[in-house]
Design a protein around this ligand. Structure first.
Ligand SMILES: NC(=O)c1ccc[n+]([C@@H]2O[C@H](COP(=O)([O-])OP(=O)(O)OC[C@H]3O[C@@H](n4cnc5c(N)ncnc54)[C@H](OP(=O)(O)O)[C@@H]3O)[C@@H](O)[C@H]2O)c1
Length: 292
């Protein structure tokens, strides 16, 4: 494990589950932590818990609801104005919705918006700061659920045939495709990016959606991994030599594994990138500055 002293790590969804354990463990290794969370009360409570065990005070909260592009832009502005560099950007926050199709404040299907478009935009807005790190590391939390995804570029937001599970699976496929394309664009820079499945984890994930999936997930809780176990691959990628040196891979149990065929397609990755740029009305290019 590399020392995390002098590292600044941003973790989205750091108030709960896998994100909270990741933030706490990186803080314990000496890293400065930025917790990007949507709920101030929950974030303050999690921060207090982390401060009790991490042995320093360098833990900050940035509030943003990832279902709002305005919030994401405001949070990124705040971060860019406050920090010189970001060494680890952990796009961890994610949700699964119930069986009623809901949309973000900007009109995107919720799972696609929060799980894919939000990290896409946040990464775009913070990339200059990640490139300021001597060894920038972008870690995107995906899921084995990507294997059941049906990718139809004419129905990315499930206007037709919506279910919470289908939309979730697709958003997690998007996480891998985003990582795949981003790693290609980052070649020749000092920044790497990888993605991962954390395991089936008994966190707050899926609670309160009222869906059949949630019912089954709650039934399965005694057999699921703990939040501590679920955070191990994220922590590994943030702290290990391997995590700093490989890029574009999908990890499970701290080892690279092959994702689905759809997740390895250059065509899918490029097309998703272009569609995401169009939906967000941005041009996401990797800065030409070469750090490597
Ligand atoms: N648990 C599993 O079995 C499992 C399996 C595969 C992949 N994953 C992935 O692991 C990641 C972490 O999930 P978890 O299991 O730790 O679940 P969790 O305990 O529910 O944590 C999810 C985090 O995401 C945050 N979040 C959700 N929507 C948000 C929004 N609109 N804006 C800002 N933050 C938002 C939540 O904030 P609030 O607390 O305010 O809701 C929470 O902090 C997710 O990407 C999930 O897809 C989980």
């Amino acid at each position: 494990m590399r020392s995390m002293q002098d590292k600044t790590c941003l973790i989205t969804g750091a108030n709960s589950g896998i994100g909270k354990v990741t933030a706490r463990e990186l803080a314990k290794r000496g890293a400065q932590i930025i917790m990007l969370c949507r709920n101030e009360e929950k974030a303050e409570q999690a921060k207090e818990d982390i401060l009790k065990v991490c042995g320093h005070e360098r833990v900050a909260i940035v509030l943003a609801d990832l279902s709002s592009l305005t919030d994401i832009r405001r949070a990124a502005e705040q971060i860019n104005a406050t920090y010189d560099k970001i060494d680890v950007l952990n796009n961890n926050a994610g949700l699964i919705m119930g069986n009623k199709r809901e949309t973000t404040q900007d009109g995107f299907e919720m799972s696609f918006g929060v799980n894919h478009l939000a990290p896409f935009l946040l990464t775009h807005l913070l990339l200059d700061k990640v490139m300021e790190s001597p060894q920038g590391n972008i870690i995107n939390v995906s899921s084995e659920a990507h294997r059941i995804a049906k990718l139809d570029f004419n129905n990315l937001q499930y206007e037709k045939g919506y279910s919470g599970l289908k939309a979730y699976a697709l958003s997690k496929l998007c996480n891998i495709l985003f990582t795949h394309e981003l790693s290609k664009k980052l070649q020749g820079t000092s920044v790497v990016t990888n993605t991962l499945h954390p395991g089936g984890v008994a966190s707050n994930f899926g609670k309160g959606t009222g869906s059949f999936f949630n019912f089954m997930f709650q039934l399965a809780r005694p057999f699921l991994s703990s939040e501590e176990e679920g955070a191990q691959t994220s922590i590994y990628l943030a702290t290990s030599k391997e995590g700093a040196n490989v890029s574009g891979l999908y990890f499970k149990d701290k080892k690279p594994v092959k994702p689905s065929k759809a997740a390895m397609s250059d065509f899918n990755a490029q097309k998703l990138w272009e569609v995401s740029e169009q939906l967000l009305d941005i041009k996401f290019t990797v800065p030409s500055k070469i750090n490597a």
